[in-house]
Design a protein around this ligand. Structure first.
Ligand SMILES: Cc1cc2nc3c(=O)[nH]c(=O)nc-3n(C[C@H](O)[C@H](O)[C@H](O)COP(=O)(O)O)c2cc1C
Length: 183
């Protein structure tokens, strides 16, 4: 089984999404003989913005297609995903490869993968929160993965900018949620 582990936070060792994504990978791919982990750090080695020429290089798409499980560390920046992660999405949402348009509308072609996203957000964006309408991270990632045929799972640490106690509690709860994920 191949697990693709993606991180995108610029915060290095202080990153909550990195700590949670690492814990999810440890849970889902504990290192048995058949386990292979491919790691891509989009902050350390950013993909360039998409260009027409970039479509010729399918290495990022192939890496995604070869993975059985994909674990993504996704911090919220300016109400959405980091542009580093968007550049990766631009490489994997490819007509004819991961989705296609049919007479009945769009059809996802990448089904059968397990995708788990570790979210880290500074504020709160629940349905009853005043900022709910600004949540374009989880909603975007759910939408784009649904579009290519995948129902992603989310583990979230929220309110990380509220204060140290909330940060510690939210990260602790998310790490606990990661432990309960089914392999
Ligand atoms: C550039 C930048 C933009 C951010 N924008 C938002 C935002 O729009 N909403 C929010 O709730 N938190 C925002 N935050 C806070 C981060 O989501 C929070 O610090 C989170 O922990 C980042 O994930 P990380 O710990 O994995 O780096 C922002 C942080 C940075 C560095």
């Amino acid at each position: 089984m191949t697990t693709l582990h993606i991180d995108s936070s610029i915060n290095g060792e202080n990153s909550a999404s990195r700590a949670i994504s690492r814990s999810i990978v440890d849970r889902l791919s504990p290192g048995g003989s058949g386990d292979r982990i491919v790691y891509r750090d989009l902050a350390a080695e950013p993909l360039p913005h998409l260009t027409l020429e970039a479509f010729a290089d399918t290495s990022v798409l192939d890496e995604f297609l070869e993975a059985d499980t994909v674990v993504i560390g996704a911090p919220m920046y300016n109400f959405t995903l980091p542009s580093q992660l968007k550049a990766w999405i631009d490489r994997i949402a490819i007509a004819g490869k991961t989705f296609r348009y049919t007479e009945n509308g769009p059809e996802g072609l990448a089904g059968g993968k397990k995708v788990v996203v570790a979210l880290a957000r500074g504020g709160f964006y629940g349905e009853s929160s005043p900022a709910a309408g600004l949540e374009h991270l989880e909603t975007y990632l759910r939408g784009v993965f649904n579009f290519i045929g995948i129902e992603p799972e989310f583990v979230a640490a929220d309110g990380l900018a509220i204060g140290p106690e909330q940060r510690e509690a939210a990260i602790g709860a998310a790490l606990g949620d990661a432990l309960r994920l089914a392999a």
